[in-house]
Design a protein around this ligand. Sequence first.
Ligand code: LER
Ligand code: MN
Length: 266
Amino acid sequence: MLPIAIVAAIEPGVNPLGLSGEPELVFREVSRMGYDGVELLIKDPSFFDIDRVKRLSEEFGLSIPAVGTGPTYTIYGLSLSSPEKKIREKAIERIKEYLEIGRRLNSPVIIGSVKGKPKDRKFGIENLKGSLRICAKYAEKIGARILIEPLNRYESTIVNTLKEAVKLRNELGSERIGVMADTFHMNIEERSIYDSIVEADGYLEHMHIADSNRLAPGDGHLDFNQVMNALDKIGYRSFLSAEILPLPNPREAAERTIRYIKMILS
Ligand code: LER
Ligand code: MN
């Protein structure tokens, strides 16, 4: 069975698509529900207590399959594709801090919202490439990993499909960069969820799962059997990480997710 994780934030002032709260309570709750991992959405990498997270991860037997960087853009407005060089530089410095955390926790760092939403797509993608080249060099130097996540058109103007993410990854050409997918975004952007997963064979290293409406899997109209069949076809062995609206409340959404995904996988 594929390992299952859920997104969680353990710093105050973050509203994740998942769980949030005091670190020990979050880890205890996630392990009690039967998850295999906690994907950490981090707001302030410079103040993040990595040692504590390492201890909790060992104590509760939970992996940290990835680290999310979204608040860099959604809270601090820093984007890797900004037309302003100063903003790109600040975003790159932040991502280097996340990469340090990723290296210490042995978790890839997700480049999702931090890609930004540039008005000029062509210029934006060139700026994004320039920024990611610097991040990739840094990841190579310290031994960290980067995952490019395509987002739907309403959240970003660049890299909306898995194909575009794979193309960007190949243009950057770094062994330290992989690709991930999010079923919520795929449901909006991909012609075929099944085909796009199969075509990303060899690149796909992590999955965010949510239903069509971003509720817990099973609470929308996405065909998760099809998703699992595609993942099975490419021999996917990494995490399914729930990134879901915390509705009707965070705990119930998390419980519903694990129950449904275990049913689909069995
Ligand atoms: C945002 O919609 C999302 O899917 C995140 O994983 C990106 O940072
Ligand atoms: Mn996502």
